[in-house]
Design a protein around this ligand. Structure first.
Ligand SMILES: Nc1nc2c(ncn2[C@@H]2O[C@H](COP(=O)(O)OP(=O)(O)OP(=O)(O)O)[C@@H](O)[C@H]2O)c(=O)[nH]1
Ligand SMILES: [Mg+2]
Length: 196
């Protein structure tokens, strides 16, 4: 079940961090009926007030913005502590046997470590987990290092899709604004997951 276009009834899609939310938002109009969409993000005003997602997890305790390999351990601790309080509510939301699809961009704080923690929490709960992860642009050197350091931590997922921004950007015309480029790239990522 890596084909999101044929996602099982009741599958839950969770966008985590800026990229994860952006991806799920771009996919919303094209998702099969019955797929539930959730998001997890730090305590950002626009996220707190957003009505886009059926359920939101707001990580109020995460203040750290430093996304380098050097800070990875302390950032993970901070995230773990913040996520802990949400786990009962999350387990309740995700009760049942439907697969959970985690969508996140790697390289930053919330997407990288939030999705990894959630992935491993759900695997320990014997959930079927699919990860859709996005590698940062090559020019985001520090973020690429973080992403590469994080990747092995997702090994337990049943199915994995890895997208590369360096590839997705090739589908955007020259002069496209970053916001429009991300929209095109997110749509392309969806298309790539649905080839026969
Ligand atoms: N394809 C695509 N890539 C994105 C998008 N937004 C961000 N990215 C990429 O994803 C990487 C991670 O960025 P974010 O998802 O914004 O980071 P985050 O998880 O919110 O991290 P923090 O803000 O540090 O907590 C970036 O370095 C970009 O390369 C998006 O909408 N689409
Ligand atoms: Mg962010």
């Amino acid at each position: 079940m890596t084909d999101i276009n044929e996602a099982d009834q009741g599958a839950v899609l969770i966008g985590i961090g800026g990229c994860g939310r952006g991806m799920v938002q771009s996919w919303l109009p094209r998702l099969p009926e019955g797929v539930r969409c959730m998001a997890m993000e730090r305590d950002k005003r626009e996220f707190v007030t957003s009505k886009l997602f059926e359920h939101r997890i707001i990580l109020t305790g995460v203040k750290s913005k430093s996304s380098t390999v050097e800070y990875a351990e302390s950032v993970q601790k901070e995230l773990k502590a913040s996520l802990q309080a949400h786990l009962p509510e999350l387990d309740q939301q995700l009760a049942g046997s439907a697969p959970v699809i985690l969508v996140a961009g790697l390289g930053g704080v919330i997407g990288t470590w939030g999705s990894q923690l959630l992935c491993n929490h759900l695997i320990a709960r014997e959930k079927q987990v699919v990860t859709v992860l996005v590698m940062p642009f090559g020019f985001e050197r520090e973020r690429v290092k973080v992403a590469e350091a994080a990747l092995p931590g997702f090994d337990g997922a049943a199915h994995r899709v890895l997208c590369f921004n360096d590839y997705l950007i090739k589908h955007t015309p020259d002069g496209t604004s970053m916001q429009d480029a991300f929209e095109i790239m997110n749509t392309k990522a969806f298309d790539l997951m649905s080839f026969p």
